[in-house]
Design a protein around this ligand. Structure first.
Ligand code: GLA
Length: 389
């Protein structure tokens, strides 16, 4: 990203000022394994990527919070009192939701000039929205001396998305954006928020992200539907075991009590969750032991479970995964994020990356009529101040 360009556009739009300005960055994320486990109190294993959202920001004396983006035409200029009003269907709800959460903490938000620029593909399941939330949260935290730590910023971002934007997401995306570490993944227990930073020693392998370029229509309503199916599973299980979240039962316990779940769909959803939590623990163990083949096999198992039991993949994601697995040098391939479109992530021998791109790209277009985009993932740090000017 060309920071000079962002600064120039910021000054062009808002003019010069004596007030100090800052540029903040928060990344998107790719989840390696542990999908649809976060809101069930399970484990996830995401890493922050080099794509994200940049925010140029400074306080003004006009009592107006001005928001603009280099990616979208829509702009907003609201008084601090108007922060709590939603702008139906607009991107500004992400930063507004964050400002509103700071207000609830007693921070007196004043006028500000804000210009966003994002390079995470939108709606691709790489957490463009979490990156806007966390870039905003980090900037406000510093500008108003709120002194929240990274985990508190992630939680604040999640509340903004749940309460203001209205998407009932878990903590994974905001956590990865706020807390990510270069060349590492985060092994996070979403129940306790305890986490370990695990170095990604991929020894000659690369993480290849592939975008289906299928917009995730209906994703939010289907996402909320899956969440309520998990809650129903908990209700059934509570008749025999006192639990609050599916993550509290192990896979072997599940097979003993699954007969108490009469609804076949609900049973399948629960089976995905408990097996995925186990796969995530096993995958981190395999990675720590340097067993990449096993890690890849667990990624494959994750996708198959999301396809058959959780039913959140769809033809585009399944086609990409099938085609990737056919190519020599791909040792694991799965969907990443919420599903219903978006991206896959594959573990690929670095010498084969170009062949994979060429073969998968060609066959995907033949089979779906869509064109896939490929990115070799650079694993970067979590949110940070880039510079003051
Ligand atoms: C979305 C949500 C996350 C998580 C994933 C599925 O990315 O924002 O909280 O639930 O889907 O693992």
């Amino acid at each position: 990203m060309d920071i000079t360009m962002l600064k120039k556009k910021f000054i062009n739009r808002y003019g010069q000022s004596k007030e100090e300005s800052g540029i903040y960055f928060a990344p998107g994320r790719v989840n390696l394994i542990g999908e649809h486990t976060d809101y069930n109190g399970g484990y996830v294993f995401p890493c922050a990527i080099n794509f994200g959202t940049y925010l140029a920001i400074r306080k003004n004396n006009d009592n107006l919070v001005r928001m603009a983006s280099m990616n979208f035409d829509y702009t907003a200029a609201v008084t601090p009192e108007e922060i709590q009003q939603k702008h139906e269907g607009q991107w500004v709800n992400y930063p507004l939701g964050v400002l509103n959460e700071f207000r609830k903490l007693g921070i007196a938000i004043t006028g500000m000039d804000m210009l966003f620029y994002g390079n995470v593909p939108n709606g691709a399941g790489l957490s463009s929205s979490a990156s806007i939330e966390i870039a905003t949260a980090l900037a406000i935290n510093e500008l108003y001396y709120a002194e929240l730590d990274g985990i508190a910023l992630a939680q604040l971002g999640q509340r903004a998305e749940n309460l203001f934007v209205g998407v009932n997401c878990g903590i994974m995306d905001q956590f990865a954006s706020a807390m990510g570490k270069k060349d590492s993944a985060l092994f996070l227990d979403c129940n306790t928020l305890e986490y370990k930073i695990v170095p990604l020693n991929l020894n000659g392998y690369k993480l290849l992200i592939t975008n289906t370029n299928k917009r995730r229509g209906l994703a939010d309503s289907k996402y909320n539907e899956r969440r309520s199916e998990c809650e129903q599973a908990v209700e059934y299980i509570r008749k025999v075991k006192d639990i609050k979240l599916l993550g509290e039962i192990t896979e072997s316990e599940f097979y003993l009590i699954e007969k108490h779940i009469p609804d076949e769909n609900v049973k399948k959803r629960a089976r995905h969750v408990v097996t995925e939590i186990k796969r995530t623990v096993d995958a981190v163990e395999a990675l720590n032991a340097g067993d990449l083949e096993k890690f890849g096999a667990l990624m494959n198992g994750s996708h198959d479970s999301l396809r058959d039991d959780y039913e959140v993949t769809g033809p585009e994601l399944d086609t990409l995964v099938e085609e990737a697995r056919k190519v020599l040098g791909v040792i694991g391939s799965r969907m990443t994020g919420a599903g219903f479109g978006g991206c896959t992530v594959s573990l690929v021998d670095e010498k084969q990356v170009n062949t994979v791109i060429q073969k998968v790209g060609k066959n995907y277009t033949i089979r779906t009529g869509l064109k896939a985009d490929f990115y070799v993932a650079g694993i970067g740090d979590g949110a940070k101040l880039i510079e003051r000017f």
